[in-house]
Design a binder for this molecule. Structure first.
Ligand code: NAD
Ligand code: TYD
Length: 357
């Protein structure tokens, strides 16, 4: 099959592209604008595979989308391109509205135009998979409650509101135009190639640099953490096996308080990186409580029983094993980190292009 992946240079998208190229015989076109969050260095392991190709394209550019659909003739679309960081959405929401809402609209229209013209057999097997977040449900108050696929939407941040909007558009395009869609809403991901603005990579890299470890508010907020490669496996299963119109929640059964996540990283670093920066006796001493995020959601937790029952998917990584692998990865992949921190990853495309001359 030909699989069009949007946002394939991002954290989860790159895991999806690596998963498909390494474990199937399908062809992948990675369509990505390469914002600050897009990093082609995360795809070095597949970049030279003949079944992989890349196009630097904005999902808001309808003309470019139409051309890509005509040339690549996708059998499946996996839509991950998005602005994804809650804190950035609070300081500047415009890109979130443009990419997450308008961009999803443009992609839906390009897909509908292409899908309408397909021959009947291809039309029947085609799928548009919208990848979304559990943050559309808002936060949970009780300690026992879980998000299910029928939990009402109540997004709190500009990010989650823009993702909720895109989910509604996708469902409307199914109901109104019959577009064959599937949707997934996933909990917080972590793992290799994670941009260090998000909690886990930020804490690892700050600790290694002897910098403060910022914990928002009292650190009691709870997230349900899923190892990114478990998510990539789930997404492939859903796009290839789910019935049209279905939604699946995906989660790791790993509820953790933020402060406990930060402490677990410090404990792992004590073992794996015992040579601490000058002046640091214990990594935990770097923990610093800072001003809380406005509108901060208190607790997310996913009921992932539907995907387990229907598709037989369960996470393979526990938080303990996944976090250890993640810390180890950040200790070993210093070049990737240096290039992200210096901004050099932005030049990778030019460098690669020049190297091929
Ligand atoms: P990310 O920020 O790491 O990557 C997003 C990618 O989209 C980047 O490569 C970026 O260049 C690209 N992009 C942004 N705007 C674009 C545009 N206009 N046109 C084309 N490409 C564009 O995000 P991520 O963490 O990999 O998340 C991927 C998807 O999964 C998002 O839709 C997000 O909402 C969803 N999600 C993320 C998490 C999480 O914990 N990170 C959890 C659940 C769902
Ligand atoms: P984040 O990784 O930004 O994901 P999300 O906001 O999508 O859940 O944040 C995870 C949790 O960690 C969230 O409750 C906010 C908190 N947090 C901190 O306490 N300090 C930080 O420096 C960051 C980036 C996040």
């Amino acid at each position: 099959m030909n699989i069009l992946v949007t946002g394939g240079a991002g954290f989860i998208g790159s895991a999806v592209v690596r998963h498909i190229i390494q474990n199937t015989t399908h062809h992948v076109l990675n369509l990505d604008k390469l914002t600050y969050a897009g990093n082609l260095e995360s795809l070095v392991s597949v970049a030279n595979n003949e079944r992989y190709q890349f196009s630097q394209t904005d999902i808001c550019d309808r003309v470019a989308l139409d051309q890509i659909f005509q040339e690549f003739q996708p059998d499946l679309v996996m839509h991950l391109a998005a602005e994804s960081h809650v804190d950035r959405s609070i300081t500047g929401s415009q890109d979130f509205i443009e990419t997450n809402i308008i961009g999803t609209y443009q992609l839906l229209e390009a897909t509908r135009f292409y899908w309408n013209a397909l021959e009947e057999s291809k039309k029947a097997t085609f799928r548009f998979h919208h990848i979304s977040t559990d943050e559309v449900y808002g936060d949970l108050e009780g300690t026992e409650d879980l998000f299910t696929e029928t939990t009402p939407y109540a997004p709190s941040s500009p990010y989650s509101a823009s993702k909720a909007s895109s989910d509604h558009l996708v469902r409307a395009w199914h109901r109104t135009y019959g577009l064959p869609v599937v949707l997934t809403n996933c909990s917080n991901n972590y793992g290799p190639f994670h941009f260090p603005e998000k909690l886990i990579p930020l804490i690892i890299l700050n600790a290694l640099a002897g910098k403060a470890l910022p914990v928002y508010g009292n650190g009691e907020q709870i997230r349900d953490w899923l190892y990114v490669e478990d998510h990539a496996r789930a997404l492939y299963k859903v796009v290839t096996e789910a019935k049209i119109g279905e939604t699946y929640n995906i989660g790791g059964h790993n509820e953790q308080k933020n402060i406990d996540v930060v402490k677990s990283i410090c404990t792992l670093l004590e073992e794996l990186a015992p040579n601490k920066p000058a002046g640091v006796e214990h990594y935990q001493d770097l923990i610093t409580y800072v001003k809380d995020r406005p509108g901060h959601d208190l607790r997310y937790a996913i009921d992932a029983s539907k995907i387990e029952k229907d598709l037989g998917w369960v996470p393979l990584e526990s938080f303990e094993t996944g976090l250890r692998k993640t810390v180890q990865w950040y200790l070993e992949n210093t070049q990737w980190i240096e290039n992200v921190q210096s901004g050099d990853y932005k030049n990778w495309l030019t460098q690669q292009y020049q190297a091929e001359q």
